[in-house]
Design a protein around this ligand. Sequence first.
Ligand code: C2O
Ligand code: CU
Ligand code: CU
Length: 533
Amino acid sequence: MKIKYNKSQHTDVLSRRQFIKTAGIGTLTLMAGGFDSFLTRSAAAFNQNNHTKPGFVPDLDIALTATPGEVSIFPGNATQTWQFKAKLLKGDSNRLIQLERSYLGPIIRASKGEKVRIRFKNQIPEETIVHWHGLHVPAIMDGHPRYVIPMGQSYLYEFEVKNRAGTYWYHPHPHGRTGPQVYSGLAGLFLVSDEEEKAAGLPTGEYDIPLVIQDRSFDTDNQFVYTSGSRMELMNGFLGKLILVNGMPDFTLPVSTCAYRLRLLNGSNSRIYKLAWQDNRPLAIIGTDGGLLENPVYRRYVFLSPGERIELWADFSGNPIGFETALVSLPFDAGMMNRGRMGRGMMMSGRTAYNQPLPNGAGFSVFKIKVNKSVKKNQTLPQKLSEFTTFKKSNAVNYYRPRQFYLTMRHMQWTINGRTFQMEDVADDEIVRLRTHEIWEINNAGGGMGMMNMMNMPHPIHLHGKQFQVLERSGVTHGGYVDEGWKDTVLLMPGERIRILVGFEDYPGLFLYHCHNLEHEDMGMMRNYFVKI
Ligand code: C2O
Ligand code: CU
Ligand code: CU
């Protein structure tokens, strides 16, 4: 692995290892009131005991490995990566799809209600663990960093797919090293389907296209270059100089004259995209993080922050062969820390951007579309995509006093309510009750005084294990959010506030919530919440 790290990151890893060693023998010193032995017991028992649960009969059984690998991204030397590789032990062969010429892990396809077993083996030379982003699974299956395993060891996942049909994904989640591990290539899609989706009449097969958007920088040897490690760069988050789609630079999607379902994932460490069609057609949005919307919505542009997914209906039946357009990222203001390094309004393509800095908020083409085949399909966008019952705001146990979270900078460190991540630390105001609904208010108004406000930045906030609803936003001065459906990650631009409604209906235990800017997350802009029985 030829990623360049700075010294302070190495020290972080060392001290974390020592902490884990201590935690392993049962000294959980940092816990707030309200815990029973639930945590200690489950963590220890599960990590050392890798036997399958009796009675669990998987529909899908997969051996998944995180391993060093290489892939040819440019002519010349292959790029050294870390990647997920998988073998199907049980299930239809179409349940595991390897994207060609890509470092991305295989796409795992499952149906709602199916039982999935994943035998994960770590073959990279540092600790890791896999998290199923967006999936509603028990705490012990969620890939919390306290479950990390060293090289050579395995972790067994067994869970039932409870989610609606939608575009979910998986990636590593060790504390302090999620950014570099995802950057090295460890990420993949987890697509869920269900009966309702099948009935919706959306494009399938070759007309259903996954598109994972990431940014990377390369040295002259074609190797990934990660952050310089400077405090300022980490506080901004890593920004690559080239945009890759499904692991490929200068990506062009050849299409036929018909309708497509495009599933977009922002798998970047910290880059935010302001997506729009180059030919000015509106974006027809059919799904978000937690699956299909009830009805399609239209936007001129939409923000997609790290971790978020959006699904588009894209119809090229009205375009002639030879027609070209692109999905672009429009220029936007990404806050004080990013200002002033490049003239905004500048559009750059992948190639010309090579080795030029590409600030968050710069404009560029994400991928090209080229119509090259004529087909007669005459599909129309269904006006009814799905149906769901939303939670009731009035059912929230804290209806009159929403739980509050402030995103602020303290001692050159991004925090949530002034706190940073400690492996098993839960504050009193981070404990929720099982079988309740709550309103959470997240505030990105900055620290309130002078310098603090100037250090304000966008933060994509993600909750583990839950799909939630957005109730309201304030301070928003643009039209780039799609809040109509289920979400697990929401972007807050500087000065914005959001209220979400979350249900803790089942699955007690310890879950994470954090900023999905992976450098912010690694620096500790992450906390636990505890669902108490
Ligand atoms: Cu994409 Cu903590 O997760
Ligand atoms: Cu997650
Ligand atoms: Cu952040």
